[in-house]
Write a protein that binds this ligand. Sequence first.
Ligand code: HEM
Length: 212
Amino acid sequence: MSRITTALRLTRELLMLLIIVSLLAGCGVSSSITQPPLSGNGKDSDADITGNLTAWTSDGIVAMNEYTRSQKFGDMIVFNRLENGMVYIAIQSKKTGYLSLGIRPEEKMQGGDIITCVMDGNQARIYDTYSIGTFGPHPEDTTQGGSDDIMEASGSRQNGLTTFEFKRPLDTKDMRDKALVAGENPIMWAIGPSADITARHSSRGFDTLVIE
Ligand code: HEM
């Protein structure tokens, strides 16, 4: 009888141990995903750099110390770093529709150099487009005599968070792109209701992207 009681107690302790170990492992997974975004009012901040800047890797994951700056636009966070005329960007959101940045729009959406990111299954697709009308459309640059200047695109969807990474020269010299500069850049942003990049946004706005 007492052997059975001891066996039961041992089984219960083993179960408790297993639960504690699996809880600890779960914490490790979620904390490795993002560089913590910013304090303050959420508008604009230096990214949380706690050590030396690490090498930039296009793997759809924002690692600790990978970016120097992050800003919140609606429900998305845009990270960037600048090196030798190349700007490295990550866009992150809990939303699953398209995430989009439009550089230097002229009148409403018109003239905006629009970069739109979507996940197609496990595959990230990042489109280099240009808005030819005040409310679109914004066909791909390659269909308007321009070129696709988005480099090393990647993306992931993990634990309810979608992340895209890519790089682009500040000034691509493409007639269907707008040059970015170190410092302040007027932008528009939009989040789509789905991955259909021709569908009208569910939220949008104008803001300033600070590149440094
Ligand atoms: C994908 C197809 C798109 C369609 C069909 C579309 C359509 C429209 C329409 C009808 C409006 C006026 C109504 C409103 O204010 O919501 C509008 C406004 C606006 N859109 Fe889009 N849009 C598209 C994509 C985008 C993208 C990708 C961006 C940004 C990257 C964007 C940025 C804006 C902004 C900032 C406004 C406000 C303009 C103003 O009131 O001055 N749109 N859009």
